[in-house]
Structure formats: structure tokens, C-alpha cells
Design a protein around this ligand. Structure first.
Ligand SMILES: Cc1cc2nc3c(=O)[nH]c(=O)nc-3n(C[C@H](O)[C@H](O)[C@H](O)COP(=O)(O)OP(=O)(O)OC[C@H]3O[C@@H](n4cnc5c(N)ncnc54)[C@H](O)[C@@H]3O)c2cc1C
Ligand SMILES: *[C@@H]1O[C@H](CO)[C@@H](O)[C@H](O)[C@H]1NC(C)=O
Ligand SMILES: *[C@@H]1O[C@H](CO)[C@@H](O)[C@H](O)[C@H]1NC(C)=O
Ligand SMILES: *[C@@H]1O[C@H](CO)[C@@H](O)[C@H](O)[C@H]1NC(C)=O
Length: 472
């Protein structure tokens, strides 16, 4: 016995030196953002499944970006801002031990300028009462459709019964329901993320600014953040719960996927290989070609997922002495003056510069119609600021013509593909049905924005529908 176990021990020792560690689990989850991290907690704690969560970044949380400002000791969230009180959101924060409350809204002084010229635009936002009236007409017109796409397309109508309203370009929908006075708010809050919002299908604008958001702005629904206003706190709490079941700084490099189970070859950023053997696979990353490459998609999966188009969003924190403390400088095309609310910036564009409070920092976002490098996005921000100074909209703080180069980027994140969408014709041809037919195929289930919408709380509600189906 002694000899045998000694032999075994040394054999294992030898093996460990050159064979990767093998991790065997019920479910492997790829991506630890909103949808993947939530699913991991539920699968492990509520469904008693063994799980492993594979996350490319060195932390959970995806689009959350909490920047710690060494100058002031404050932190600033320049990614995800707030959570809508939707579905399981309140209960989930409570369960994770992260107290929440509704943050006060900073009131910023708005300046409107056309960033393509830098010139001030004499833009008049709608009167508050008109905005609220339009928003409530918007809610009335769209609430009947909510069941079709929130919290996912589970009840999506048959190909010939899709409400035509959802397939209208948004500008046509706006005119049909007389909601022009809501457009400025819809765009500035989250609608800009879809790219060309006036041309986008109404379905996808509603994915970016849907009935739950309308209710929040009409005082019929709450939104909140952690009491500490440190949004990453939620995902730190999730990480603490999941512990060693999370593999950070890890990607899948190759895979064998079958309806009976999966073998995933993974590698950490510093080169450590591990093999995951899992019964089921839950994909919680954007299903774009670059992300899907290691997952050996078959022709059916490829033919559906390759139909998706997407817009891209980048966000960062900048500082420059010309930017107005307590102000927001909003990119507003000249054609929008004084109240042509459907004249919106066309991608690729810089959205605005928003003062962050208690600092010299401004939040900036860049929206692209497709992939945009971080380098190009930062150049766009630099050039737009230079034009704003050149046209006298912002003070030129120095005679140095290279002043724009002084723009300081304190943080910048390319959030990549978001708001995955298909055309009206593809939707009429059954795109959503084909997309959802992927659920469970080859032992693989799908969550995340592409299968629902781009909101954390809504994705959690979506997971709550998906997981029982996955385990059935
Ligand atoms: C600037 C900005 C502001 C936003 N503000 C809000 C807001 O205020 N409220 C709100 O509810 N929503 C907001 N959103 C949207 C929200 O963050 C997303 O809808 C949500 O995070 C999508 O969740 P997800 O799980 O689909 O993807 P993500 O949260 O993006 O998670 C995907 C995860 O997968 C990881 N990953 C990617 N590729 C791989 C790979 N190959 N292998 C392993 N891991 C990988 C990523 O690192 C990431 O952690 C905002 C988004 C942005 C960009
Ligand atoms: C999971 O385990 C807990 C604790 O053992 C138990 O209370 C719960 O009923 C189990 N849930 C399921 C779905 O099996
Ligand atoms: C919205 O619908 C409700 C109930 O159907 C109605 O009472 C209200 O007047 C409508 N509001 C608008 C702005 O159309
Ligand atoms: C910004 O607003 C704060 C709070 O209202 C005020 O105390 C401060 O003086 C303002 N700063 C500038 C430069 O306007």
C-alpha cells in the first residue's frame, strides 16, 4: 500500500507538472458581466449546481467602470450609472449585502454645440410639461408591446403577427405617436447607444430606452445605486461569494461542444492552461465573430449569429481647463435648432462632456456604427474639443494652437459591440425565432444583451426565465 500510494503521489506530481488542471462542473459560464455573474450566483446557490465562471478581465462586472481618483480620493462611475428597479434587482442587491438608494441627480448647465463645426447651436429643449406629456404618450403607445421583448423575446409574436410599430424606423414612430418632445431625453439618457437613433427600428430603440425607463422618468418606477455610489461594489460582493469558482483573466482558446457535454481549453493572461469539462455551457458574452472563434460554431449557429449588426460604445474620463465646471456640452447638430428634435448626431460621434462633480473630471462617450478603435475614439474627442475652442464655444485657454493635445485622458474603456440588431426584413423572416432556437442546441444556452436588452436588471429577469429552462 505504502509503495502504491507513494507511486501514485509521484505519478500525480509528475502529471501535474505537464498536464493542465482539469475542472469538472455541471455548468460552465463564459463572461462575468451582468448576465453571467448573476446566473453564476443563481445556479450555484439556488439550483445547487457546480459552476465555473470564465472571465477575460481581471474582475467581474463587465460594463461597470468605477474610477478611483487619487487626487480627490473620490470614485466616479463612468460606465454603468444606475439600476432600474425591475424584476429581481432590489432583492438581488439585498441578498448580496449591498445597500442601495436613489442618488441625487446633479443639475448641470447645458450648452449645445455642433461638434462637427464647434459652433454653438441655439437649441431649445422642450418645456418640461411637454416632455412629460410626450413621454407618457410614448409609454402608452409601447406598454402593450413590452411583453414581446422584456425581459427577453420569450413571447415574441409569430412572423406574420409582429406589430408593424416595432419595425418602423424610430423617426416614423415618433411622428405617428406625436412624441417629438420626448426624443431629446430618450437620446441623451441611453438612446444614443443604438447609433443612428432616428433610423434605428423602434424595437431596438425600445431596447435602449423602454417602458421601464419611461416609468422611472415619469416617477412610476425607481432607480438606484449602491449607497456608497461605488457601482463595482456589487460585483466585488459576487466575486467574494463565488470565490475560486471564478477564473479571472482567463479565456477559452478552443472547445469541443456537444449536446452531451463540453471540453473547454482555457488560458490565463499569464499563460496558465486549464481544461474545463462541463455538462452544460452558458454563453454570456456578445456573440460577435471575434468572441465566438474558439467555440467552433456550426453552420446553423453561424448563419444566425452572423446576421447581427451592432453599434459600439466607449466611455472615459477627461480633464481640460476649457471644459465648464458644473456644465455639460452636448453634441447637437446645427439642423436641430431651435427644436427639430429628430436631427440627431450620426455615428460615429462624441455624445457630450459631462462634469462629474467635486473634481476636474468630465465623462465623455463615443458611439460608433461599427467597430471603432480606442485610439480613433480618443482622437475624435480631442478634435471635437479643439473645434469647440476654435469656434469660441469653449474658451481657448492658451494661445498655443496645440492646446487640444493637452486634453488629459484619465480613463478610457472601449465597451465594444452592444445593441445587437437585425433588419426589419430579417425580423419578418423569423430572425428572433431562429435566434431562440439556438437555446439548448449543442448543450449551449445564451444570455446577455443580444438575447434581451442592454440593462442589467432586465438581464437578471431574463436569466430568471432562462435558467429553469436550461436545467429542465
Ligand atoms: C457606458 C455604459 C453605460 C451603461 N449604463 C447602464 C446603466 O446605467 N444601467 C444599466 O442597467 N445598464 C447600463 N449599461 C448596459 C449594461 O452594462 C449592459 O446591458 C450589461 O452589462 C450587459 O450585460 P452582459 O452580461 O450582456 O455583458 P457584459 O456586462 O458586457 O459582460 C460580458 C463579460 O464578458 C467578458 N468577456 C468578453 N469576452 C469574453 C471572452 N471571450 N471570454 C471570457 N469573458 C469575456 C467581459 O469582460 C465582460 O465582463 C451601460 C453600458 C455602457 C457601455
Ligand atoms: C439546494 O440546497 C439547499 C441547501 O442544501 C436546499 O435548501 C435547496 O432546497 C436546494 N435547492 C434545490 C433546487 O435543490
Ligand atoms: C395613457 O393611458 C391611460 C390609460 O389607458 C390614460 O388614462 C391616459 O390618459 C393616457 N395618457 C396619455 C398621455 O395618452
Ligand atoms: C459649481 O456648483 C457648486 C454647487 O452648486 C458651487 O458651489 C460652485 O461654486 C460651482 N462652481 C462653478 C465654477 O460654477
Amino acid at each position: 500500500m505504502r509503495v502504491a500510494s507513494g507511486f501514485l503521489a509521484s505519478a500525480v506530481g509528475v502529471t501535474a507538472a505537464w498536464l493542465p488542471e482539469v475542472i469538472t462542473r455541471d455548468v460552465a459560464i463564459i463572461g462575468g458581466g451582468a448576465s453571467g455573474a448573476y446566473a453564476a450566483v443563481k445556479l450555484k446557490e439556488d439550483f445547487n449546481k457546480t459552476i465555473v465562471l470564465v472571465e477575460k478581465a481581471n474582475r467581474l462586472g463587465g460594463h461597470i467602470n468605477t474610477y478611483e481618483d487619487s487626487k480627490t480620493g473620490n470614485w466616479y462611475d463612468f460606465g454603468v450609472q444606475t439600476w432600474n428597479d425591475y424584476g429581481p434587482a432590489t432583492a438581488f442587491f439585498e441578498r448580496m449585502g449591498v445597500p442601495v438608494s436613489t442618488p441625487g441627480r446633479a443639475v448641470l448647465v447645458s450648452r449645445y454645440a455642433d461638434f462637427t463645426t464647434g459652433a454653438t447651436v441655439n437649441f431649445m429643449p422642450p418645456a418640461n410639461a411637454d416632455r412629460v406629456a410626450a413621454l407618457s404618450r410614448f409609454l402608452n403607445a409601447t406598454a402593450p408591446y413590452e411583453q414581446y421583448f422584456l425581459p427577453g423575446y420569450w413571447n415574441w409574436p409569430a412572423r406574420d403577427s409582429i406589430p408593424e410599430d416595432l419595425l418602423l424606423p424610430f423617426s416614423d414612430f415618433v411622428d405617428k405617436y406625436d412624441i417629438r418632445d420626448a426624443v431629446h431625453q430618450v437620446f441623451q439618457v441611453t438612446g444614443m447607444g443604438v447609433g443612428d437613433m432616428s433610423e434605428a427600428l423602434t424595437l431596438y430603440v425600445l431596447g435602449a430606452f423602454g417602458p421601464p425607463m419611461m416609468r422611472a422618468f415619469l416617477g412610476q418606477g425607481a432607480s438606484f445605486t449602491p449607497d456608497t455610489r461605488r457601482n463595482i461594489a456589487l460585483y466585488e460582493a459576487i466575486q467574494a461569494r463565488l470565490g475560486a469558482d471564478v477564473l479571472l483573466s482567463t479565456v477559452v482558446t478552443a472547445s469541443v461542444r456537444t449536446s452531451l457535454g463540453h471540453v473547454l481549453y482555457t488560458k490565463t493572461a499569464d499563460g496558465k492552461a486549464r481544461i474545463i469539462v462541463a455538462r452544460k455551457l452558458l454563453m454570456a458574452i456578445e456573440p460577435i465573430a471575434a468572441n465566438m472563434a474558439p467555440f467552433s460554431l456550426d453552420l446553423t449557429e453561424q448563419s444566425v449569429l452572423s446576421r447581427f449588426k451592432f453599434s459600439t460604445v466607449q466611455a472615459g474620463l477627461v480633464a481640460h481647463p476649457s471644459l465648464p465646471i458644473n456644465g455639460t456640452v452636448i453634441n447637437t447638430p446645427a439642423a436641430s435648432a431651435p427644436n427639430n428634435y429628430l436631427a440627431l448626431p450620426k455615428p460615429d460621434f462624441v455624445v457630450r462632456f459631462d462634469y462629474m462633480g467635486g473634481s476636474d473630471l468630465f465623462r465623455v462617450m463615443v458611439v460608433g456604427a461599427g467597430a471603432v478603435t480606442a485610439e480613433r475614439a480618443r482622437d475624435m474627442v480631442r478634435q471635437d474639443l479643439a473645434r469647440l475652442m476654435g469656434a469660441g464655444t469653449l474658451p481657448a485657454v492658451t494661445a498655443n494652437p496645440a492646446a487640444a493635445a493637452e486634453l488629459e485622458f484619465r480613463a478610457w474603456v472601449n465597451h465594444g459591440a452592444m445593441h445587437m440588431h437585425a433588419s426589419a426584413d430579417e425580423l419578418r423572416e423569423g430572425f428572433i425565432q431562429k435566434l431562440y432556437a439556438l437555446q439548448g442546441r449543442r448543450g449551449t444556452w445564451w444570455t446577455g444583451g443580444a438575447f434581451s436588452v442592454q440593462f442589467q436588471s432586465i438581464l437578471w429577469a431574463y436569466d430568471d426565465v432562462l435558467l429553469p429552462k436550461m436545467l429542465a
